[in-house]
Design a protein around this ligand. Structure first.
Ligand code: URP
Ligand code: ZN
Ligand code: ZN
Length: 478
């Protein structure tokens, strides 16, 4: 099967070119200057089976979202998107690869968690996917299992300095996992918040009768993120392991990352659209509406310069990746999962942490980068596709358009406008955080390994099309 994408503007992290892209089966086989009269210069002997006209449109690599939580058990319920619904919604939004998190249960082997998550995703996904491993219980066996998982293509391990009693690891456990990573080439991903201090602040707030959603952020002040980020960096430098700080939201935490990178340390960080676009005005929406935006790290006050610092960090490469931390919970009762966000009515500490975003990331980042003139087209591609693929060992199979790359491609129409609305999303959740945002530009057609899976607003794929990705190690190391 030969598909020609003709007449478009191909954009990668390094190029912007008028070019035709020829795909054979699942792979890009040629990129060439278009020839007068519409005939591609890629091949003079054989005509394609299919031509996709991309005239006037951008031809981007498919998005790579390296932080999602389909079906995650959290706060007494489960994230409402399954691997089926969440990966299909991702495809609608222009994301063709995601990396989710398998979870170790405390007291149980890590391999059991890996097997469980592999089974959940198997045969369900619309797009290609991989796993990081959440390490909930660092012990002698876990450390050995980190080596085994590296062989399975799980080359990154997330630890938590937050959520005491749930996913939290002690400093000693974290340091041991980092020493193992230094030895076997893994990347340590860190949820960097001082959960012990945060728990004290939460109890004190509740005792004062401060129960509304906004207190979720008030009781997780920037210093609790910055301190934990500093500590994680110190341990990673001592152990000699790469460190990737997840969902960074506070400018003070970014300062810690910048200082480490200036020292030449292998320290990296992602932020997420919610921290670039949302703030306390959202958390303070009337009634219980603010619960929509409860996630950790929290969205921050607009008055303290966090958003500006994050955008600057993206421009300067102090921040390297934008992921979503997609972890949706419904505001109204979910048909099968029941009460979700409402678990926290009258007590913000019981609101399940997390929000939806896997479908809007590509579009919202285009909106912030291009419509709002904050970043170049190349940098847009770099932060939503190329660097995420490199960071987690998938490049150049994923994250670019190059000869030999998987034909994961988004044809994006800058000439069509759209208004983001809960009425048109495909995620299994009853709201979008970006309701009413008017975006100049729209995902038009999406190809996953050469197959057109989104066209004219229709999903043309089938569950199970997505394949498991065995990943290599971090390709961003200094
Ligand atoms: O609020 C969040 N981020 N929920 C998902 C779990 C995590 O910490 O990533
Ligand atoms: Zn986290
Ligand atoms: Zn997360």
């Amino acid at each position: 099967m030969r598909t020609l994408i003709s007449g478009g503007t191909v954009v990668t992290a390094t190029e912007i070119m008028q070019a035709d892209v020829l795909i054979e089966d699942e792979t890009v086989v040629a990129i060439s200057a278009p020839v007068e009269g519409g005939r591609s210069g890629t091949d003079t002997t054989a005509s394609p089976d299919q031509v996709i006209d991309a005239t006037g449109k951008y031809v981007f690599p498919g998005g790579v979202d390296v932080h999602t939580h389909m079906e995650l058990p959290f706060g007494g319920t489960y994230a409402s998107d399954t691997f089926e619904t969440g990966t299909r919604a991702a495809a609608f939004g222009g994301t063709t690869t995601l990396i989710d998190f398998a979870v170790q249960t405390i007291g149980e082997p890590m391999m059991d968690g890996y097997d469980e998550w592999m089974a959940k995703a198997d045969g369900e996904c619309a797009i290609d996917y991989g796993f990081h491993m959440i390490v909930s219980d660092v012990n002698e066996q876990t450390l050995k299992e980190m080596d085994i998982l590296m062989g399975e293509g799980v080359t990154s391990f997330k630890l938590f300095m937050a959520y005491p009693g749930v996913l939290y690891s002690t400093d000693g456990q974290i340091f041991q996992a980092m020493q193992k990573a230094a030895d076997n080439g893994a990347t340590i991903m860190m949820h960097a918040e001082n959960g012990i201090v945060i728990d004290v602040l939460r109890e004190q707030a509740l005792a004062r009768g401060e129960t509304d959603p906004i207190y979720h952020s008030v009781t997780r002040p920037p210093v609790t993120e910055a301190e934990a980020t500093h500590r994680a960096i110190a341990y990673a430098e001592l152990a000699g392991s790469p460190l990737y700080v997840v969902h960074l939201s506070a400018k003070e935490a970014l300062d810690e990352v910048v200082a480490a990178r200036d020292r030449g340390a292998n320290v990296f960080a992602e932020t997420c659209p919610q921290y670039l676009f949302l703030g306390w005005k959202n958390l303070a929406e009337p009634g219980f509406e603010g619960a929509k935006y409860v996630c950790s790290t929290p969205v921050r006050s607009e008055d303290q310069g966090h958003q500006e610092a994050l955008w600057r960090g993206l421009a300067t490469n102090d921040l390297q990746v934008v992921s979503t931390d997609h972890c949706p919970f419904c505001m109204n009762d979910h048909p099968t999962l029941g009460t979700q966000k409402q678990l926290g009515v009258g007590d913000f500490t019981k609101i399940p942490n997390g929000l939806p975003g896997v479908e809007e990331r590509f579009t919202m980042m285009y909106y912030g980068a291009i419509d709002q003139h904050r970043l170049s087209l190349n940098r847009f591609v770099e932060i939503i596709a190329s660097t995420p693929a490199k960071m987690f060992g998938l490049y150049p199979k994923k994250g670019t358009i190059a000869i030999g790359s998987d034909a994961d491609i988004v044809i994006f129409d800058p000439g069509t406008s759209q208004t983001i609305s809960a009425d048109t999303i495909h995620m299994d959740v009853d709201y979008t955080c970006y309701e009413g945002t008017e975006v100049q530009g729209k995902v038009d057609t999406v190809l996953s390994r050469g197959r057109t899976i989104i066209e004219n607003g229709e999903y043309l794929g089938a569950k199970g099309d997505g394949q498991y990705l065995k990943r290599g190690t971090n390709q961003c190391l200094i």
